[in-house]
Design a binder for this molecule. Structure first.
Ligand code: FES
Length: 199
């Protein structure tokens, strides 16, 4: 296992346990260029095509390119940051870059949603469109994301539609694919992430 040091990551951002994180680390593929420090990210709002997705609160600063099975095995939604492979940079200067990942049975997805998912993994902005809290909860029984700040709910199987609460607009989604199981962004977010002004 090869490691790189992450700068600028957000402690406590991901909703997976230390044990789960360590399990992910154990199964992670190595990123080329071992031993190279990750350079400070340039602030931008969201991932770029080709970015890998890495744990937002990886233990010991280890960069872990997330895989489909990591998300499938997690007990909750997983919060990640985009990772620029070319510059070995975690795009963590802006919290608006956070990505919320969840696994659902791909058989339950409509054709359009399936096309922008990877083996059942759906990716969304992790920033609530109400007042910008980080969304961290997957309600498996309702198949919805829950924002604990004011209890807005979003439906990742319906383009991030608002199901409840004061959020004024859908959660932007991110199209993803996978190579050898490793998740890769194929687009920017579908809309600018972050809070919206009420219309
Ligand atoms: S910030 Fe999410 S519901 Fe208010």
């Amino acid at each position: 296992l090869q490691k790189e040091t992450a700068r600028g990551r957000a402690p406590g951002a991901a909703e997976i346990s230390r044990r789960e994180a360590l399990q992910l680390v154990a199964g992670a593929i190595a990123i080329s260029g071992s031993g190279t420090s990750v350079t400070a990210a340039t602030a931008q709002d969201g991932p770029c095509p080709g970015d890998r997705l890495v744990l937002a609160d990886a233990d010991d600063g280890v960069v872990v390119p997330l895989r489909i099975e990591d998300i499938k095995a997690a007990s909750n939604a997983v919060i990640a940051y985009p990772y620029d492979v070319a510059t070995k940079t975690i795009r963590s200067d802006s919290r608006l870059n956070k990505v919320l990942l969840v696994y659902v049975d791909p058989q339950t997805l409509d054709a359009e949603t399936k096309q922008r998912s990877a083996g059942g993994v759906l990716a969304y902005s992790a920033i609530c469109t109400h007042q910008g809290c980080v969304i961290s909860e997957w309600k498996a029984d309702e198949r919805s994301f829950l924002c604990f700040c004011h209890f807005s709910k979003f439906a990742p199987l319906e383009d991030g539609k608002v199901l409840a609460g004061p959020a004024p607009s859908n959660l932007p989604y991110l199209s993803v694919t996978a190579e050898d199981g490793v998740l890769i962004a194929t687009s920017p977010f579908s809309a600018t992430p972050g809070p919206r002004r009420p219309s």
